[in-house]
Write a protein that binds this ligand. Structure first.
Ligand code: ADP
Ligand code: MG
Length: 446
């Protein structure tokens, strides 16, 4: 089955631990799924948002790599008493019925915390929502991942819908798929009718149309038509218009006609307010000390901060524990480690050398004694896991191996050992956690 293949591939990309804890709970809901929406069921509410934030995109990408289609992945709660083939839970209000109404009802202006990092984008979004097609048309929101672009766009959408406007919110990938689908089926008049008769066209992550000339061409005409009718257009991207590669000039120049507003990483105070807001919305109680801990230790991506809160709360619930600062530190260690942002190859070698009592230079040498070969293999394995930015060829060079095939050979050997030899696995895990915790302590002291 296709979805099984998807989950198997996902399994190979994540740690066995993550698989056991989260992914193994997923059950595919065939009835509710379609080619542009994959629905998975999980047995508890806390897993829903955790898997949705952390793995849904990955699942979508894997599916796309297998089929060429990019679906929306929806994770839903399903009590184990219900029959999967006959779920009682209808898709909730936040679940898309069709692509164009994919709006999360909690993404509102009221739920958006304003700080200096996002106040321009916020004000512009509100103004575009209140007076569509006037001053800020198109509104172009750009900035890094997890900083609130989608939230703002959907806030515009929710607001406009509440006032009776016709709104299309879509990602550029869905726009593209929709376009191709209608071209194939010779139903372009339907496509045009849909996109040109709305009051608000909100297209998220427009950068994915890069180099898609045909779709850009179609979008160009859609844009012109809506613009002339004074309908509100809102676009988002990870970069300002002129910096997105693979776009026609006539489009990027139009993107600049209205207002460009960026969202910046939030400062500490804004982060704290956002955490408080999320806790309030989810009915989670956290002490100020814990809130500060999260704000300081998590990076600026608010999606990850949200995941951290959910993760923390899930653990506290599952273990029936109160969220004290000690508990938070303990649980969050995993998350902060997971990010393993600035671990270098030298860090890895240093810890392995120290723990296994082998000289760092020996690990990188051509020596073939057993302990050294083992240390080298572990080094390669951990380097591959903890520094994904390094390619096989870089690792070969660093560890003094002939070429990348030697690296993949070492990886195979070690993966086999990890599966068959429990003691070895424990040893490797212990080394991994030494490396990551050494790093998060030193990060703290910076
Ligand atoms: P982007 O589209 O920029 O990658 P999102 O809009 O998806 O980011 O935001 C990620 C998560 O962070 C969402 O759940 C969103 O509600 C939350 N978020 C981001 N910025 C804010 C903010 N200023 N106030 C409240 N929540 C925010
Ligand atoms: Mg987004």
């Amino acid at each position: 089955m296709l979805y099984q293949q998807v989950l198997d591939l996902l399994k190979s990309e994540i740690s066995p631990d993550e698989y056991q804890r989260y992914i193994r709970h997923l059950r595919y809901d065939e009835k509710a799924s379609s080619s542009d929406m994959l629905v998975f069921l999980v047995p508890n509410q806390l897993l829903v948002r955790w898997i949705q934030t952390k793995y849904a995109n990955k699942i979508a990408h894997i599916y796309e790599s297998l089929t060429g289609k990019s679906p929306t992945v929806v994770i839903q709660y399903h009590s184990s008493r219900q029959d999967v083939n006959n779920p009682v839970t209808k898709p909730s209000a936040t679940t898309p019925k069709t692509v164009s109404t994919l709006l999360n009802t909690s993404y509102t202006f009221e739920n958006f915390v304003v700080g200096s990092s996002n106040q321009l984008a916020f004000a512009a979004a509100r103004s575009a929502a209140k007076s569509p097609g006037q001053q800020y048309n198109p509104l172009f929101i750009y900035g890094g991942s997890g900083l609130g672009k989608t939230h703002l766009m959907q806030a515009i959408g929710n607001y406009a819908i509440s006032r009776g406007f016709t709104v299309i919110y879509t990602t550029s990938e869905q726009f593209l798929n929709d376009f191709l689908y209608n071209v194939r089926n010779q139903t372009m008049d339907r496509f045009r009718q849909k996109y040109r008769q709305c009051d608000f066209l909100l297209i998220d992550d427009i950068q994915f149309l890069s180099n898609k000339e045909q779709t850009q061409e179609e979008f160009f005409h859609t844009f012109n038509e809506l613009y002339n009718l004074k309908k509100q257009i809102v676009l988002s991207s990870d970069k300002p218009p002129k910096k997105i590669a693979g776009f026609e000039e006539r489009l990027t120049s139009r993107f600049e006609w209205g207002l460009m507003a960026d969202v910046q990483p939030p400062g500490l105070e804004t982060k704290i307010s956002i955490i408080k807001k999320k806790c309030e919305m989810d009915n989670i109680h956290l002490d100020d000390e814990v809130i500060h801990y999260i704000a300081i230790h998590m990076e600026d991506n608010i999606r990850e901060i949200e995941s951290a809160i959910i993760y923390l709360n899930a653990h506290a619930n599952l273990l029936s524990r109160k969220i004290t600062i000690d508990f938070a530190t303990e649980v969050m260690k995993d998350l902060i480690k997971d990010r393993a942002v600035d671990i270098t190859l030298d860090d890895i070698i240093r810890v392995i050398a120290r723990e296994l009592n082998i000289k760092p230079s020996d690990i990188k040498s051509k020596k073939r004694s057993r302990p050294i070969v083992e240390a080298r293999r572990i080094g390669i394995y951990l380097a591959k896991t903890l520094t994904p930015e390094n390619k096989m060829k870089d690792l070969a060079e660093f560890f003094g191996l002939k070429d990348h095939t030697a690296v993949s050979h070492a990886m195979k050997t070690i993966n086999k050992l990890l599966k068959t030899d429990e003691n070895f696995k424990i040893k490797v895990e212990a080394l991994k956690s030494k490396i990551t915790s050494a790093k998060s302590v030193s990060g703290e002291m910076k």
